[in-house]
Ligand binder design. Structure first.
Ligand SMILES: [Zn+2]
Length: 362
């Protein structure tokens, strides 16, 4: 703990202070009670910073007036209170944000206080988003929603890739576009919408289709994370990205059919080829089906508007959690799909040691 570091009660708690008792109530119904007879040190620490954030040194001085205790003991107890989300940091470390940004991200930063630790302040966590450069390939139903969410939450740089123009039949699910956009290029329209949404994100449009590994190489170069929402050419696209992402060690999230994930962290979590082997092991006919798919130019895609919006939102959730570096990600070793009856299916997938793309026994 640095000497300038200040601590405060977490904003989530509603505090009631009585002579011999401090009660904390959260809006979610959680209750905590501290009394001098049962929790003397906690009681004194909380009492000391009930009205203003204080440093470890000041808290210790307050307590030493009434109790014989070392600074180390106070420090340990504060660590426990931080872990239990009773306390949070009142820190400006990592705060490189403008007043406007602090205002914009105010409640998100408060949310991040629950994930603060000695190493990471809420500003550091927000900075992990700000310092990320993400590429989204395919900005239709899922991709455009993901882009809107990432930009709203404060991703620093976003590259969007698509060669399509907006069609009237897109409008049931691609909420970023409207009737007056029909015939315009998706990347151009989305760029202008996203700039209005959050001027602090730098948007780079790439008006093109991905037709080779070389295209992927150009797109993913310098990115921290890649999201693949396009699906043509079928199967090949996933294979190309997989190969290039593994060679460049860039993590990515892909979709195959209705299944989403896993997030492939090269050589740590299952890659696209691991997923295909998993599917073939489950279903012997899948290999034949894959070969047929690869020959097809297109498959008809009936679409129920809310479904890509829902699955895109869940994809954004997983990507954001991954980028914060402090939150658990559910699809590092598994994939999911969303059904319209409010259920999601989850399937565990293991890294395949014999995988021809990422396995260690090539
Ligand atoms: Zn693999």
């Amino acid at each position: 703990m640095g000497s300038k570091q200040k601590f405060k009660l977490n904003l989530n708690w509603i505090v009631k202070e009585e002579k011999d008792q401090i009660s904390l109530n959260s809006p979610y119904g959680e209750k905590k009670k501290y009394t001098p007879s049962k929790h003397l040190l906690e009681f004194l620490i909380i009492k000391s910073c009930i009205n203003q954030p204080k440093s470890l040194k000041l808290i210790t001085q307050d307590i030493q007036n009434v109790l014989n205790v070392s600074q180390k003991e106070v420090e340990n107890k504060i660590s426990e209170l931080l872990k239990a989300k009773i306390f949070s940091y009142n820190t400006t470390s990592g705060n490189t944000f403008s007043t406007n940004e602090l205002d914009r991200y105010k409640w998100q930063l408060e949310f991040f206080t629950s994930f603060e630790s000695l190493k990471n302040s809420k500003y550091d966590i927000q900075n992990n988003l700000k310092n990320s450069h993400i590429a989204i390939i395919g900005i239709g139903g899922q991709g455009s929603i993901i882009a809107q969410i990432l930009v709203a939450m404060g991703i620093g740089k976003l590259t969007i890739v698509d060669g399509d123009t907006i069609e009237r039949s897109n409008l049931t699910r691609q909420l970023a576009y409207n009737d007056s956009d029909i015939g315009k290029y998706k990347v151009e329209v989305l760029k202008s919408r996203l700039k209005l949404q959050n001027p602090y994100t730098k948007i780079t449009p790439m008006r093109q289709y991905v037709t080779s590994k070389k295209d992927f190489m150009d797109i993913i170069n310098g990115k921290d994370f890649v999201i693949l929402c396009a699906d043509k050419p079928l199967v090949k696209l996933g294979r190309w990205l997989n190969k290039v992402a593994l060679s460049e060690r860039i993590p990515y999230l892909g979709v195959s059919g209705n299944w989403i994930g896993p997030i492939c962290i090269p050589f740590k979590t299952p890659c696209f080829e691991c997923v295909l082997s998993h599917q073939i092991n489950k279903d012997k006919d899948f290999e034949k089906y894959l070969k047929t798919l690869e020959k097809l130019k297109e498959i008809p895609r009936p679409s129920f508007g809310v479904r890509p919006i829902l699955s895109g939102t869940l994809m954004a959730l997983q990507v954001i959690k991954y980028l914060t570096k402090v939150m658990d990600v559910e699809i590092l070793e598994g994939r999911f799909r969303v059904n319209i009856d409010l259920t999601t299916e989850f399937e565990k997938i293991k890294l395949d040691n014999n995988c021809k793309a990422c396995g260690n026994t090539k």
